[in-house]
Design a protein around this ligand. Structure first.
Ligand code: TYD
Length: 148
């Protein structure tokens, strides 16, 4: 049995965000297993879990930031391009392995695109759903973010 536990966090230029690597237990033909635990790989108490799937490769999702909610995203099947922006710095990368994720803290503008067929994006969130937590206008986001 092969257990991979590499460096778990990789910082990005974008504030309040970093890449996460979670354990991968590879057991040959028995397959792979990955897991994450609260206060270990996940830095908040999880109040909500949702997943995004059946997205056309031509469409993008996101296009907002959260005032308070923190999230960790894993692409558990397929691959997805993620773009993040703190109002000044930006990063873009592709989530393509089920044990690679990204932490998005509060006030990170994010877009998800280039969903490969059958991709599933799993999201762990620190808060219950509340529309008032969203900032969906980029100019409003930028002016709030740059004052912080
Ligand atoms: P939204 O967060 O805008 O999706 P995305 O970031 O993928 O583009 O949510 C899409 C719709 O689903 C919107 O009407 C709000 C609703 N929704 C909930 O009701 N509960 C949830 O937990 C989430 C994430 C969204």
């Amino acid at each position: 049995m092969k257990i991979k536990t590499q460096k778990m966090r990789n910082k990005l230029k974008t504030k309040n965000s970093y890449l996460i690597k979670i354990p991968l237990i590879a057991e040959g033909k028995r397959g792979n297993l990955s897991f994450c635990e609260v206060k270990r790989q996940i830095p908040f108490n999880i109040k909500r879990i949702y997943w995004i799937y059946n997205v056309s490769s031509k469409k993008s999702r996101g296009g907002h930031a959260h005032r308070k909610t923190e999230q960790v995203l894993f692409c558990i099947n397929g691959s997805v391009r993620i773009e993040v922006d703190d109002g000044i710095n930006k990063d873009a990368f592709i989530l393509a392995k089920p044990n690679n994720g990204i932490f998005l803290g509060k006030m990170v503008w994010h877009n998800m695109m280039d969903f490969k067929k059958n991709s599933v994006l799993l999201v762990l969130a620190s808060e219950f759903f509340k529309e008032a937590d969203y900032i969906r206008d980029y100019n409003i986001f930028k002016s709030i973010a740059q004052k912080q």
